[in-house]
Design a protein around this ligand. Structure first.
Ligand code: SDX
Length: 365
């Protein structure tokens, strides 16, 4: 038996056309397009690109957006079923259960034709934000807010959450967040989804595998961890003691480090810029300043202790963006999933299109 690689580090498990990462140069592409060029598009356009493999022209984008808007509504029974559960600490638990229920409401759930899968894809992308917003409101006994058709995917989510139409910058920030979260090659949640898809399990089941894997604090759950950490630090004056204490106790600092990037995650650079602009619009830059101070402290401390710096990953400045958007920490992982669902679906379809069941070996010790 060949050598075992703990955590499958560096192991190439499959071919993909969906995304490309150069972890040394800090390059990320979706379907051959640099993330910097995608960040200014709409989430709908990026979702279309990921799922179909083609950049939409004007007519294709308008038709795709129309189908997403048409499918934003959720079955009223869903909230009835879920409203009495307590998802207070981690809303992703509610989202996971809701997607399972949504599969039951979809009579084509177990149909496996390309057409049935395309329709499931539209429903999933369209309904994720409505479910997240409605469940959050239900946890306070508030009624869901109907989607507003003329708002973008991201702006409509913020509207359904609070009932307020977001400012132009807030809407842009939410769209960018969903785009930057949408896809990242063979990350843990996508890998788990591809294993499920490789058994020809249905798309809902595969997406639920993705959700369950995203939840952990070493993956998508780190975004909530960063929000909690910023609350705990409380002030820029406490950042150094907090960081040094963590390092001394050999505890992981949420939102830092990455298996693939050995330089700054290109998504973190874009998030940082959005967070700074939101801070300035807000007139209170304290969350941003605290985060930037932590970034600088850790960069230099890691050089001192380990001879190489550590960089923020995608979850660090996204958490700062959520702070300025008034998003509660318990929603952070679900919002990550709202973006990631397009990438998951793209991987699910790619796996179905050229399948062999994924079944590695273990080395018995
Ligand atoms: C995501 O893979 C993807 O693509 C995921 C993702 C996506 O878009 O799908 O990019 C999203 O999941 C981002 C990562 C979110 N997680 C966190 O922010 C949690 C904190 N980060 C770490 O736990 C860690 O950096 C990981 C999990 C992200 C990566 O883990 P690795 O590759 O297994 O690295 P490691 O834990 O073996 O760390 C290597 C060294 C260790 O030191 P030594 O034992 O060699 O001395 O770096 C240290 C670690 O202790 N280290 C950290 C650290 N990250 C690494 N030390 C303190 N705080 C950290 N955050």
């Amino acid at each position: 038996m060949k050598e075992m690689k703990k955590g499958l580090e560096g192991v190439v498990a499959l071919d993909t056309k969906i995304s490309y990462i150069d972890g040394i140069q800090g390059i990320l592409k979706y379907r051959g397009v640099n993330i910097e060029d995608l960040a200014d598009l709409s989430y709908d356009a990026v979702s279309y690109l990921l799922i179909t493999g083609k950049m939409p022209d004007e007519a294709e984008l308008s038709e795709y957006s129309r189908m997403l808007v048409e499918n934003r509504h959720i079955n009223g029974k869903l909230i009835e079923v879920l409203k009495d559960f307590d998802f207070g600490v981690e809303a992703l638990d509610g989202l996971r259960t809701a997607i399972s229920c949504t599969a039951h409401f979809d009579e084509k759930n177990n149909h496996h034709t390309p057409e049935a899968n395309r329709n499931k894809a539209i429903r999933l992308v369209a309904k994720f934000p409505t479910i997240v917003a409605a469940l959050h409101r239900a946890s306070f006994g508030d009624k869901p807010i109907e989607p507003m058709n003329n708002l973008s995917h991201g702006a409509n989510f913020l509207y359904m959450l609070s009932g307020k139409i977001p400012t132009e910058l807030e809407a842009e920030a939410m769209e960018k967040d969903l785009i930057l979260s949408a896809e990242h090659e063979l990350n843990p949640s996508t890998f788990s989804l591809r294993i499920a898809a490789s058994t020809i399990s249905d798309m809902y089941s595969a997406v639920i595998c993705g959700l369950c894997t995203l939840k952990g604090p070493l993956h998508g759950g780190a975004r909530k961890g960063v929000m909690d950490m910023l609350d705990e630090i409380g002030s820029i004056d406490n950042a150094r003691d907090y960081a040094l204490g963590k390092l001394e106790r050999k505890e992981k600092i949420m939102g830092f480090g990455h298996r693939v990037y050995k330089t700054l995650d290109p998504r973190a650079r874009i998030y940082k810029d959005v967070a700074k602009r939101l801070a300035e619009e807000n007139g209170d830059t304290s969350w941003f300043d605290m985060a930037e101070e932590l970034e600088h402290i850790l960069y230099h401390e890691f050089i001192e202790i380990r001879g190489k710096p550590i960089y923020p990953n995608v979850d660090f400045y996204s958490a700062v963006v959520y702070k300025y958007l008034d998003i509660p920490a318990e929603l952070a992982t679900s919002i990550f999933a709202m973006g990631r669902v397009s990438g998951w679906i793209a991987h699910c379809m790619e796996q179905y299109s050229d399948n062999r069941v994924i079944r590695p070996r273990a080395h018995t010790v």
